[in-house]
Design a protein around this ligand. Structure first.
Ligand code: F6P
Length: 542
């Protein structure tokens, strides 16, 4: 038996299919199978997933399922949900799915009643949110809190800001949230410049509570607050923390009574449904937050219990592997037709690229194939007038996910019908294009006709739900989490560590003194960095 999945006969058979695939066109696949649109569709919770416009056939899908079996995908799903330490480089369980287990479930991991812990924190978050929302929790001077400022970065920012934006319709409109992440001082400045400190609540979110950007922003935010409110005792009413590190929170000067905890088995990029989502919970309320968790859980249950052949996240993850590793796609577009999801692609970039941007297998061997596609996108229809041209007529293979909702959050005139007609038209145009005969029949001159030909055969997946609600939102995020997991398993990489990013954090901390020290810096970096440091210092008068 071969050592790696990529050495297996199943893998080779996919390679063989990929070689033949350049001759296949979606026009022919639809032409030869009038039922393709119905056959290649599935439902997971409230999400209808049409994968018929993908470059796959029954033969390809069967071969992908065989690879999944070879990779022991089902067994690995079971291991993740059971809390086995599948994050081997950090020796940790990967249990973000436990964050959305109902109160009645039971799960004991490493001797700890995980469900009781999770709901204990959720109850404290709910009680705190109620107080802020009702005005019972006031600032130091007795004013109501009207603005929440979440300070965090990476997973401690991207999930909350994306969810806050996505679920704005469900938020209490007299409390708004802002998100400071960048250590560029401009971020903190612009997000606080027009705020009244007396009615501002800072939530400092950091799993480790050691992240340079977050702690620096938090320290400056505290100075900003105290310069207006004077007294150190104001901190207790204006600062709360979300972290796994109580000691560091206390060192920073935040009372641990005002801290909401989570656990090392929650990866930063999977942490939105934990206490990291506190800003979202405060703005949308605990009932809506619970609905969101229910949405996540519905997809978790589907992923945990459904055979791979009918398992939607597994299927979509396998199709992504097909494009990336076998057909050579470099990137994957995510195109929500929902303005509320305008930060979804940014959020997915961390989820997918920090998870699967790896080149070493679990056993330390290098991979010898392509992993980790570049995720990117913007909401439609805006993207149509920007980068879609490259997808339509460029030379690159770019699989794209179209995400839409039948019922609008706001129904104004004919707008939603026009919006969704764009949504539906695009995937058809991408798949079927326009032939030279069609273009000529429409009256194009011989000179212009070739420029108007659309080759088509550009693959898309359509995800359609009835309405963007907290529940469907949770379903969507869980869907992408499990797609990402599936890809990592087939590639035999660890989707749950991020050593590359850790290195960047260490190097920035080492370099900082060279920019500020009174003495001239030792020329001990590389020659490029040495010159850049000098130019920087000169501009700063050092
Ligand atoms: O960017 C690297 C990273 O480690 C992410 O994985 C994490 O979400 C982010 O930094 C923030 O870390 P923390 O929550 O510990 O401040």
């Amino acid at each position: 038996m071969s050592e790696h999945v990529s050495d297996s006969a199943e893998w080779q058979s996919l390679q063989g299919l990929a070689e033949k695939f350049s001759a296949v066109h979606l026009r022919d696949l639809f032409g030869s199978d009038p039922q393709r649109g119905e056959r290649y569709a599935a439902e997971v919770a409230d999400l209808y997933v049409d994968y018929s416009k993908n470059l796959v056939t029954d033969e390809v899908l069967t071969a992908l399922f065989a690879v999944a079996q070879r990779a022991k995908l089902s067994e690995k799903i079971t291991a993740m949900f059971a809390g086995e330490h599948i994050n081997v480089t950090e020796d940790r369980a990967v249990l973000h799915t436990a964050l959305r287990l109902p109160r009645t479930a039971s799960l004991v991991v490493d001797g700890q009643d995980v469900v009781a812990d999770v709901h204990g924190v959720l109850d404290r978050m709910g009680a705190f949110a109620d107080k802020v929302r009702s005005g019972e929790w006031t600032g130091h001077t007795g004013k109501r809190i009207t603005t929440i400022v979440n300070i965090g970065i990476g997973g401690s920012d991207l999930g909350p800001v994306m969810a806050y934006e996505a679920l704005k319709e469900y938020s209490q409109r007299d409390i708004s949230a802002r998100f400071v992440s960048n250590i560029d001082p401009t971020d903190l400045y612009e997000k606080t410049v027009d705020l009244d400190p007396a009615s501002t609540l800072f939530i400092i979110v950091s799993k480790t509570f050691t992240t340079q950007e977050t702690l620096t922003n938090a320290r400056e935010a505290r100075k900003w607050l105290l310069s207006a409110l004077g007294d150190d005792s104001a901190v207790a009413k204006h600062f709360v923390a979300v972290s796994t590190n109580a000691e560091k929170v206390a060192d920073f000067g935040i009372d641990t009574d005002n801290m909401f905890g989570f656990w090392d088995w929650v990866g930063g990029r999977y942490s939105l449904p934990s206490a990291v989502g506190l800003s979202v919970l405060i703005t949308i309320g605990k009932e809506n937050f619970a609905e969101m968790l229910g949405g996540y859980h519905a997809v978790d249950e589907h992923f945990r219990t459904t055979p791979i052949e009918r398992n939607v996240p597994a299927l979509l993850g396998l199709i992504n592997v097909w494009y990336d590793t076998f057909l050579g796609a470099q990137s994957h577009a995510v195109l929500p037709y929902a303005q509320y999801l305008h930060r979804f692609a940014a959020y997915l970039q961390q989820l997918t690229m920090e998870s699967n941007g790896k080149s070493v297998r679990l056993n330390g061997d290098p991979v010898n194939f392509q992993t980790g596609e570049v995720f990117w996108g913007e909401p439609g229809t805006n993207g149509q007038h920007a980068f879609y041209q490259l997808i339509h007529q460029g030379t690159k293979l770019i699989p794209a996910d179209f995400i839409g909702f039948s019922v609008p959050n706001h129904d104004i005139g004919e707008m939603h019908d026009l919006f969704m007609s764009n949504f539906l038209a695009q995937t058809g145009a991408l798949a079927f294009g326009k032939t030279l005969e069609q273009v000529t029949a429409e009256g194009s001159s011989e000179k212009v006709a070739p420029h108007r030909v659309m080759q088509g055969n550009h693959p898309t997946t359509t995800i359609l739900a009835e309405k963007l609600t907290p529940a469907t939102f949770g379903q969507l995020v869980a869907l992408y989490e499990h797609i990402t997991f599936t890809q990592g398993i087939v590639w035999e990489i660890n989707s749950f560590d991020q050593w590359g990013v850790e290195l960047g954090k260490v190097m920035a901390n080492q370099l900082a003194p060279k920019l500020t020290s009174a003495e001239a810096p030792a020329d001990d970096a590389d020659s490029s960095t040495n010159v850049l440091i000098k130019r920087y210092r000169a501009a700063r008068g050092r």
